[in-house]
Design a protein around this ligand. Structure first.
Ligand code: SF4
Length: 336
C-alpha cells in the first residue's frame, strides 16, 4: 500500500503561564492509502494534539512546531502556508470531531454547511452542490434529507449531528479522514451504527482513516494497525492482531489488562495502571513510563529507549525489548 501520510520526529510545545508543555515529543508514524490506523492512549498523551497538528488547526502561539515534518502525498504540511493548507483541509484531508455541536456552526442550516464546503473545494454549480449534499445526507442514513437540509444543528439528535459531520467530512471524497473520538459522546447503539457507516463508506471509497480513541473495543473492531502513545511519545506500533495478541510494551500490556474483553477469563479481575502520567512541563530523563512500570530497571530511569523493531511489523520503545539490554540482561534485568 502507498504511504499517504508520514509524520517524522514531530515535536510540539505549548507556551503557558506555568512554562512550556512538551505535548508531542518526537512522534513518528505513517498512514497508508485505504487503511485504518488507530491511535490509542490515555487522556493527555498527545493523540488529539497530533491530529490537530496534521490539520494545522493548532493556534500558534501558544503552540509551536518545534521540529519534524508531516508529509501528505510528499508535501510537508508543517511548512505549508495557510492559503495552500485551506485547499487541502476539508478537501483531501478532513476531520470528524468528538462533539459535533461545537464543530457545526449553530447559526447555519446543516445543508448550507455541506454545500459551502463543496462550493469552496469543487467546481460545482449551487444546484449540483445542493444535489450532492442531499445524496450525502441520504448516504449517511439521515431520514427525510430534504427536510433536514433546511434544519439547524440544534434540531438534530446527537447521533444525527454526528452523521451530518461525517457527511461534511466525506462530501469532497477526501483521501484521509481523521476521526477524533467520533463515537465517545454517543450511546452504544448509535456508536455501532456510526462505526458501521464509516467502515462501509471506507470500503466504497478507499479512504484512509486515522481513528483516535481510548476505546480499545473500537480499535479491535475498526483498525488495521495501531499506534500506542504515552506522555507525548509513540511507545508501540503494530498490526491490530499483534497489539492485542502479543503486546510488547508494558504500557500496552497494562492498557489491555485494564479493559474487559470477551476472550478473557471472567474470574480474573481487571487491573488498572496505578499512578499517573509524568508532568509534561519537565518530562523525565529516562523512560516516561518508569514510575508506573512493573518491569522497571536501573537503565530505564537514566536512558529513554528508542522505538525498535520487535517483530515483522511491530515496534516497541522499551529496554526489555532492546537487543542491547537483552545482551546485558544476564537473566537479571533489574540489575542493568
Ligand atoms: Fe518499563 Fe523500562 Fe520498558 Fe520503560 S523501558 S516500559 S520502565 S521496562
Amino acid at each position: 500500500m502507498d504511504t499517504l501520510l508520514e509524520v517524522k520526529d514531530l515535536r510540539i510545545d505549548f507556551r503557558t503561564y506555568g512554562g512550556e508543555v512538551h505535548a508531542v515529543r518526537s512522534v513518528n508514524f505513517e498512514v497508508r492509502a485505504g487503511e485504518t490506523l488507530g491511535i490509542v492512549g490515555e487522556s493527555g498523551c498527545g493523540k488529539s494534539v497530533t491530529a490537530k497538528a496534521i490539520m494545522k488547526l493548532l493556534a500558534t502561539p501558544p503552540a509551536t512546531y518545534r521540529s519534524g515534518s508531516i508529509r501528505f502525498l510528499g508535501k510537508d504540511l508543517v511548512q505549508m502556508k495557510e492559503r495552500e493548507m485551506e485547499k487541502i483541509r476539508g478537501n483531501d484531508v478532513s476531520m470528524i470531531f468528538q462533539d459535533p455541536m461545537t464543530s457545526l456552526n449553530p447559526t447555519s442550516r446543516v445543508g448550507f454547511q455541506i454545500i459551502e464546503s463543496l462550493l469552496k473545494h469543487q467546481r460545482l454549480s449551487r444546484n449540483e452542490a445542493h444535489q450532492k449534499a442531499l445524496e450525502m445526507l441520504k448516504l449517511v442514513g439521515i431520514p427525510q434529507p430534504e427536510k433536514r437540509m433546511n434544519q439547524y444543528p440544534h434540531e438534530f439528535s446527537g447521533g444525527m449531528r454526528q452523521r451530518a459531520m461525517i457527511a461534511m467530512a466525506l462530501v469532497c471524497n477526501p483521501k484521509l479522514i481523521i476521526a477524533d473520538e467520533p463515537t465517545t459522546a454517543l450511546d452504544v447503539t448509535i456508536q455501532a451504527q456510526i462505526l458501521e457507516l464509516m467502515k462501509d463508506i471506507q470500503s466504497k471509497s478507499n479512504t484512509a482513516i486515522i481513528l483516535i480513541t481510548h476505546d480499545l473495543g473500537v480499535v479491535a473492531e475498526m483498525c488495521d494497525r495501531v499506534v500506542v502513545m504515552y506522555a507525548g511519545k509513540v511507545v508501540e506500533t503494530g498490526s491490530v492482531v499483534d497489539i492485542f495478541q502479543k503486546p510488547k510494551h508494558p504500557y500496552t500490556k497494562g492498557l489491555l489488562k485494564s479493559v474487559p474483553r470477551f476472550d478473557m477469563d471472567r474470574n480474573v479481575a481487571l487491573s488498572p495502571i496505578i499512578g499517573s502520567p509524568p508532568d509534561l512541563f519537565s518530562p523525565p530523563k529516562g523512560c516516561s513510563f518508569y514510575a508506573r512500570c512493573d518491569y522497571a530497571m536501573k537503565i530505564c530511569k537514566e536512558y529513554d529507549p528508542e522505538l525498535e523493531k520487535v517483530g515483522n511489523n511491530q515496534t516497541s520503545a522499551c529496554w526489555l525489548n532492546h537487543p542491547m539490554a537483552n545482551a546485558r540482561n544476564n537473566k537479571t534485568p533489574q540489575n542493568i
